[in-house]
Design a protein around this ligand. Structure first.
Ligand code: FMN
Length: 276
């Protein structure tokens, strides 16, 4: 059932799994599912949940970061609210030296998300965000973000976007992801390469070798349960690999988004659900 696709309904339920993944050499980022919160009280509840999650990561000495979505913390309500919620979360994270990454949502929220990222990054260095290679704007975003020495997760992008803002052709999205990976690494910024695509992983391996970029300057990220053999191989080759582990009751939206992405994804995801 649903509990296999995600880490569990509550963070406590996900702890043994995270311990097991850490034991295998994988580091983790957990994401409490749920987005598009449209009431203030609910956004404050979400922030409280994030804070408890950070406290449990610390008290259980888990090797895990936290990923979150600004829409679940009030982005669509007011900037003040989302800043207030984020500052509470980031203060707790800073106390325990835990990194928080702001997931990137659809293109209509990209500008606001990056503005908030830059504003918070000054006071909270352990803060990352995501840049999506399907957006035309991303190359310039990388230039603009470079001043704050960003911790960036680079991805292709998961939302349905129009040709006005995003490359319609897959090969252009792939080429742009390679371009962004190279640019961010050569800018000297820590980079998470989040892709299950062999071509992207191979490109990164060649690039870092060619430019002598040490293995502690980047990491590979994949969804929990996908490309398990590739994860193992990368670990054996000495690379850092982080798995993205969703938990929470709102797994349905998560599942449907994966389904919308590409058939191969769902094939992997289904394997993770049914064949273990
Ligand atoms: N897509 C987004 O639009 N925003 C995100 O914040 C985001 N985070 C991701 C984190 C991880 C660890 C992974 C593996 C993917 C993430 N994605 C995100 C999804 C990618 O954009 C992409 O849709 C998916 O990985 C399929 O492409 P692939 O063949 O390169 O793996």
């Amino acid at each position: 059932g649903a509990d296999k696709i995600v880490g569990g309904e509550t963070f406590s339920q996900a702890i043994p799994l995270i311990q097991q993944l850490n034991h295998e050499g994988l580091v983790v980022t957990v994401d409490h599912l749920g987005e598009f919160v449209d009431c203030e009280e609910e956004s404050r509840d979400r922030a409280g949940e994030c804070i408890r999650c950070i406290q449990q990561i610390a008290s259980n000495q888990l090797q895990s970061e936290v990923s979150l979505k600004l829409t679940s913390l009030g982005l669509d309500i007011s900037r003040e609210l989302v800043m207030e919620n984020m500052e509470l979360i980031l203060k707790e994270a800073q106390k325990h030296d835990i990194t928080v990454t702001i997931d990137m949502e659809d293109s209509s929220r990209c500008g606001a998300t990056l503005d908030i990222y830059q504003a918070l990054k000054e006071d909270y260095p352990n803060l990352g965000t995501v840049v999506q290679s399907y957006l035309y704007r991303s190359d310039e975003d990388l230039d603009r973000l470079n001043d704050c020495q960003p911790y960036l997760r680079l991805v292709k992008g998961a939302y349905k976007e129009s040709g006005k803002v995003a490359f319609p052709e897959k090969h252009l999205v792939d080429d742009n992801l390679k371009h962004l990976i190279k640019k961010n690494l050569l800018n000297g910024n820590y980079t998470a390469i989040a892709s299950h695509d062999d071509a992207i992983v191979d490109y990164t391996k060649k690039l870092v070798e060619e430019h002598n970029i040490p293995k502690d300057r980047f990491e590979f990220q994949m969804l929990y349960g996908m490309r398990n053999q590739m994860q193992k191989d990368l670990l054996e080759e000495g690379y850092k690999v982080r798995v993205y582990l969703p938990y929470g009751e709102d797994w349905y939206g998560y599942f449907m988004r994966r389904l919308a992405e590409r058939p191969a994804n769902i094939a992997f995801a289904l394997k993770g659900v049914f064949s273990k």
